[in-house]
Design a protein around this ligand. Structure first.
Ligand code: PEP
Ligand code: MN
Length: 271
């Protein structure tokens, strides 16, 4: 891809990002947690459950990009403080979304990884700001974006001096409406051909269906993804955001039990 100077894959070198000992790009990394931080109890109980199931990191939004302005927008600073507490309790590093360039510097004080959501993939001022944040960035693919456009957005972050970009395929919009989006699993091997950056899969937002999250998680491992980000809620029926697609801790545990052996098997596969 012609405009890429830093994101393109010219050597066999692969980026490995060390987040408190979790090595993204080398180990298969699972990030679990609620769509949004709703309360201390909800977040800490969910964090404990995902940790017990073997997750490596905790996700949770304090700033939510909602389709309607009347939907729950997140707890903001209060949510970030809850995430900080959850990290203290469980030791899990925190992945959380930032929506506004003006918030990047202070949100970075709470986050181990800053998430850029699909709706903001091409928010160039936000990309430049997270490029200067000193934190690794989880860059979700825009729901209408090509791989070329996505990698150019990674380039925005890299070119500000931040080498730690993790790509996340979260589904693209197609005519299909049984699923919330269409998971482009071919993005995994394609991205591996095009860049040295790690790529993880979000089987939650791409399918929007609980029953499909397990199979697509297994398929992600087989496709060579570097990890997964999955929504889990200790009581999905009461979730304030994305309730229909949140796994219970029991469902998440079941998937993790199936995932780890497949991952170990894949690690032994000849190239
Ligand atoms: C999320 O991770 O909760 C989220 C809003 O994701 P996306 O930006 O992929 O819709
Ligand atoms: Mn969500």
């Amino acid at each position: 891809m012609k405009n890429l100077k830093l994101a393109s894959r010219e050597t066999t070198r692969r980026t490995v990002i060390d987040v408190s000992g979790v090595k993204i790009g080398r180990d298969f990394v699972v990030i679990g947690g609620p769509c949004s931080v709703e309360s201390e109890e909800q977040t800490i109980e969910t964090a404990r459950a995902v940790k017990a199931a073997g997750a490596d990191m905790l996700r949770g939004g304090a700033f939510k990009p909602r389709t309607s302005p009347y939907s729950f927008q997140g707890l903001g600073l209060r949510g970030l403080k809850i995430l900080e507490k959850a990290r203290k309790e469980t030791g899990l590093p925190i992945v959380t979304e930032v929506l506004d360039p003006r918030d990047v510097s202070w949100v970075a004080e709470f986050a181990d990884i800053l998430q850029i959501g699909t709706r903001n993939m091409q928010n160039f001022s936000l990309l430049k700001e997270v490029g200067r944040s000193g934190r690794p960035v989880l860059l979700k693919r825009g729901m209408f974006s090509t791989l070329d456009e996505w990698l150019n957005c990674a380039e925005y972050i890299l070119s500000e001096g931040n080498p730690d970009v993790i790509l996340c395929e979260r589904g693209i919009r197609t005519f299909e409406n049984y699923t919330r989006n269409t998971l482009d699993l071919s993005a995994v091997p394609a991205i591996k051909e095009l860049t040295h950056l790690p790529i993880i899969i979000d089987p939650t937002h791409s399918t929007g269906r609980i029953s499909l999250i397990g199979p697509m998680s297994m398929a992600s491992v087989a496709a060579g993804a570097d990890g997964l980000i999955i929504e889990v809620h200790y009581n999905p029926d009461a979730a304030l955001c994305d309730a229909d697609q949140a796994l219970t801790p029991e469902m998440f545990t079941k998937i993790m039990r199936r995932l780890r052996p497949l991952q170990a098997f894949m690690d032994q596969m000849p190239e």
